[in-house]
Design a protein around this ligand. Structure first.
Ligand SMILES: Cc1ncc(COP(=O)(O)O)c(C=O)c1O
Length: 406
């Protein structure tokens, strides 16, 4: 008889954002006159910029003419996009990454969920706690999680690295050496950043022990502080231990367009096998390439006008972030993040749990955020607000929260 993948059954509860969605919908049904402001999900709200929509239109026209029509895209991405990425995201920053080490995809979520496939099931993984849930869930689905413990709110075979106010939400290197380490900076959900010296320690540790770092740089465009690394390849030796994930979602507003890329350097070799070759094999077997139209839009992100417009998008969200940050500080909240990331991580007032504060904020200020405990046990007692709303809504939400007091 057919058997299902029982690892899926080990995943606890329903997906965080569907639980939030249900609670918000119930509130709206009971309170149809109330204006609910959503600062919960990390989805962008600004439209695509003119340089991007022009590129999309041009590419659509090309697809409608026999001479310029394109069928399947190259599995690993068109050269025009891979070259633009290598030039702008790496060479310009002094990183030694070439176009043929870049794998274009339809976003960082898929890549962050799929990359574990090229590693054996008995590898141990380490994740930050709190964490972007995809890293944990995709490994649990594959069978690397062990058993879920309700009391510990975690999986027995996963190494959780606490990220707390004491370590400024950047994890310490765990005592037990992990095989695969997931790091994400600027961080979702805490908005924390890592300096080059600390990131270098991770790279050195990984090289010393043969571990692999999967470095999620989805929020790199939000870095404002001078000297903070935009890529792990700014660190010496990262070519032999790190894979890097990128997204066009949060910098260029492509959450609905879908485009991302993963870098697997050719120097990344384990057990005599090139991980670049394995990922190329996986990519070309299971993926048929991001659409031509979308890759042309991605190329436009790196044009002069594209860069200026995209900077404007990020500036817009960062203006919201600084309004939230200063508004909540004024109101007496303890807040983190928000200076180099579109996320503000706040301590819930009094002894409120994350979900109690969620209900309190929804019922009294009609503002939706995300309970920190949804990102891991060390997220308990914290709450995430995003800067991805409109400026008007952000101001209104913060003013409502301010009126409540901390
Ligand atoms: C850390 C992190 N990585 C990846 C993603 C997903 O990016 P994409 O839209 O490219 O799939 C997100 C989305 O919220 C994220 O927070």
């Amino acid at each position: 008889m057919i058997k299902i993948n029982e690892n899926y059954l080990k995943l606890p509860g329903s997906y965080l954002f569907s639980t939030i969605g249900k609670k918000v919908n119930a509130f709206i049904q009971d309170n149809p006159d109330k204006k609910v402001i959503r600062l919960g999900i990390g989805d962008v709200t600004r439209p695509l910029t003119p340089t991007i929509t022009d590129a999309l239109h041009r590419a659509v026209d090309e697809m409608g003419k026999e001479e310029t029509f394109r069928g399947y895209a190259p599995d690993l991405g068109y050269d025009f996009l891979r070259n633009a990425i290598a030039e702008n995201d790496y060479k310009a920053r002094g990183c030694d990454i070439t176009a043929d080490e870049i794998f274009v995809s339809d976003g960082a979520k898929c890549d962050s969920g799929n990359i574990q496939e090229i590693f054996a099931l008995d590898n141990t993984i380490a994740v930050c706690d709190p964490v972007y849930p995809v890293y944990v869930d995709s490994n649990v689905m594959a069978g690397r999680g062990g058993q879920y413990s309700e009391s510990a709110q975690g999986f027995s075979d996963i190494i959780y690295m606490p990220c707390t106010a004491d370590n400024e939400f950047a994890p310490e290197i765990p005592k037990k050496v992990p095989d695969i380490i997931y790091l994400c900076f600027p961080n979702n959900p805490t908005g924390a950043i890592i300096n080059k010296e600390d990131l270098q320690k991770w790279v050195d540790h990984a090289n010393e022990h043969g571990s692999i770092i999967i470095y999620d740089a989805a929020y790199e465009a939000y870095i404002r502080t001078e000297g903070i690394p935009h890529s792990i390849y700014e660190c010496d030796g990262a070519r032999t231990c790190a894979i890097e994930l990128h997204s066009f979602s949060k910098n260029a507003g492509f959450t609905g367009v879908r485009l991302g890329y993963t870098v697997v350097p050719k120097d990344l070799v384990r057990e005599g096998t090139s991980l670049h070759t394995l990922w190329a094999r996986r990519h070309s077997t299971k993926y048929n390439g991001a659409p031509y139209i979308v890759q042309r839009a991605g190329e436009a992100v790196y044009s002069q006008t594209g860069k200026t417009e995209i900077r404007g998008l990020v500036d817009h969200y960062m203006r919201n972030a600084s309004y939230i940050l200063s508004g909540l500080k004024d109101a007496g909240y303890t807040v983190y993040g928000g200076t180099d990331a579109p996320y503000i991580w706040l301590k819930t007032p009094g002894k409120m749990t994350s979900w109690e504060f969620f209900d309190h904020l929804l019922n009294t200020a009609n503002v939706v955020g995300t309970p920190g405990s949804g990102f891991g046990p060390h997220g308990e007692g914290y709450f995430r607000l995003t800067a991805f709303g409109s400026y008007e809504n952000t101001v209104e939400a913060v003013d409502r929260i301010r009126k409540l007091g901390a």
